[in-house]
Design a protein around this ligand. Structure first.
Ligand code: NA7
Length: 527
């Protein structure tokens, strides 16, 4: 049986950097990856229009200034092929592939107390051992595949955005349905509308979207290259892990013209900083509604048919309590004659038929159905692995919601770390900032153990309970738990509804993490 110091699960942006850091520190580390190549999210999500909604300059590694200077980001928001090429470049540049086994899915982890080792079992029947396991398994890596009656009867082509065929799909002139209007749905719809014959969108819940104002990146990149260190330092201490002009002002204290001007300014800038316009947008319903109504007014400007504009205007939840989308002409698509919307609140999907989709009393006929129905977020990937310590399983422990200390470890499961795990800022932040922080933190912890002749690390139950309470209490101070979102696990039938990310912000979280490490890992038992 192969025995390693560390096994890393996943070769996305987390796993790649984790492997690089561990090798720098002289650990024998090996990565097991289910996909056929590096890239994680950007390996699987190849659907038309797939694009990051954090700016390229921010959504990139900061650990190597030479990489920052040498890699060209062609657009303000990178498209999937460029992000995948970047992951592949990083793998080549730091010779990472030699320590990665591809097409290998980890299925089971067993902790052996006597050996102080994890036994790692993979789908191909192989077994490896490692003193430490680091789950770099991603927050949105397990697709949610809702059950639609009759799906197998459909005679046309069927695609999931989350596992789009690698060779691409020819949709030219075809009658296409898209189910789902989150980020993946919006991007797909916008990209395919100009080429398909007819497009029918099946919307269960309308999404808030802010404009990307995407475009060539030359000027921004040239400017960033003169002050990358400053950008990174400020992003690390920011609330969302990327630079936003955070407002210190309260909407309640601004006059109507001022409010409009600030929203206009942020709208013109584009991107996710829109809801940082005023301090209380995520905590006060009236302020939130002002921001929401501004976005609705923009939708009404863009969509010519007022009835359609109303259907596309979100009203079911506070703005930003579900992940906001960043769009490049999504709403304008509905002004095309070949695009129509089925509002599932009026006409629910009754079943998929051989020819298409029966919604309400109407059977819509299609050549292609595209499903953009989201992910079992944050806990899905760990839940898919049978993680055991004696008779205890992580699945059972987390049945009523994840329980972690700092989103990094869970009591009872020693030497198992999670990169961007639940109860860390992760999905509420620029993932790159959060990934790098966790990888650095974990790497320093392993170095500390080695330097002090220690072999085992585990959080105390008390520290974990306190952290779970802290994350829940913080979330309860905001409007975030009011939406039936994937942050809450609400998109997965039977999943416990609990707000999973840490809402306190990246900078605050970092300060806590530093304080814990500096105090010889307060809240952890090291032995
Ligand atoms: P999301 O944001 O979870 O969106 C999934 C969409 O699919 C959303 O509109 C759902 O409606 C819809 N959905 C899910 N199940 C169904 C069923 N059964 N019937 C109809 N519609 C359904 O996933 P994405 O992949 O778009 O985005 C994930 C993240 O990736 C995104 O937030 C960014 O961080 C990047 P619902 O809203 O649940 O009513």
């Amino acid at each position: 049986m192969r025995d390693h110091d560390v096994i890393v699960i996943g070769a996305g942006f987390s796993g790649l950097y984790q492997l690089h850091r561990l090798r720098q520190l002289g650990f024998d580390a090996h990565v097991l990856e289910a996909g056929g190549d590096v890239g994680g999210t950007w390996y699987w999500n190849r659907y038309p229009g797939a694009r990051c909604d954090v700016e390229s300059i921010e959504y990139s590694y900061s650990f190597d200034p030479r990489l920052e200077q040498e890699w060209d980001w062609s657009e303000r928001y990178s498209a999937q092929p460029e992000l995948l090429a970047y992951a592949q470049h990083v793998a080549e540049r730091y010779s990472l592939r030699q320590d990665i086994t591809f097409d290998t899915r980890v299925e089971r982890l067993d902790w052996d107390d006597d050996a102080t080792r994890w036994t790692v079992m993979t789908g191909d029947g192989e077994t490896r051992a490692a003193q430490f396991v680091i789950a770099a398994t991603g927050c949105l890596s397990v697709p949610s595949r809702p059950v639609f009656e009759g799906l197998e009867d459909f005679a046309g082509e069927l695609y999931w955005t989350s596992s789009w065929p690698h060779g691409g799909v020819d949709l030219a002139g075809k009658r296409v349905a898209v189910i789902g209007t989150g980020s993946s749905g919006l991007q797909t719809i916008t990209a395919i509308a100009p080429v398909v014959g007819e497009l029918t969108v099946f919307q269960r819940t309308a999404s808030f979207a802010v404009p990307a104002h995407n475009g060539p990146n030359d000027e921004r990149l040239a400017e960033a290259r003169t002050r990358y260190r400053e950008i990174r330092a400020s992003s690390r201490m920011s609330s969302s892990g990327f630079q936003c002009p955070d407002s210190t002002r309260l909407l309640a204290e601004a006059d109507a013209e001022d409010v409009r001007r600030e929203f206009d300014r942020r709208w013109a800038d584009g991107g996710l900083c829109f809801t940082d316009a005023f301090q209380e947008i995520l905590t006060d319903l009236a302020a939130n509604e002002a921001a929401a109504e501004y976005v609705r007014s923009r939708i009404r400007e863009k969509v010519k048919d007022p009835v359609l504009a109303e259907k596309l205007s979100p009203r079911a939840y506070p703005i930003a309590s579900k992940r906001m989308c960043v769009d490049t002409g999504y709403f304008e698509v509905y002004n095309q004659d070949n695009v129509s919307l089925v509002d599932l609140s009026e006409e629910p999907i009754r079943r998929i038929t051989g020819r298409g989709i029966l919604a309400g009393d109407t059977e819509h006929e299609f050549d292609v159905i595209v499903l953009a129905t989201g992910f079992d977020a944050m806990t899905g990937a760990l839940g898919a692995i049978d993680i055991r310590h004696g008779s205890r399983t992580l699945r059972e422990k987390w049945a009523h919601g994840p329980r972690t200390y700092l989103g990094l470890m869970s009591a009872g499961f020693p030497n198992l770390f999670t990169v961007t795990g639940p109860q860390s800022p992760s999905v509420l932040s620029n993932m790159m900032t959060s990934i790098e922080y966790h990888v650095d933190w974990i790497s320093c912890a392993l170095e500390h153990l080695r330097e002090h002749g220690l072999s085992r690390m585990e959080p105390t139950l008390e520290a974990e309970d306190n952290w779970v309470n802290t994350t829940n209490d913080l979330a309860a101070l905001t409007l975030m738990p009011r939406a039936a979102s994937w942050y809450m696990g609400a998109n997965i039938p039977g999943k416990q509804r609990v707000f999973m990310p840490f809402v306190g912000g990246v900078g605050t979280y970092r300060q806590i993490g530093e304080a814990v490490a500096m105090s010889y890992y307060h809240g952890f038992e090291l032995s």
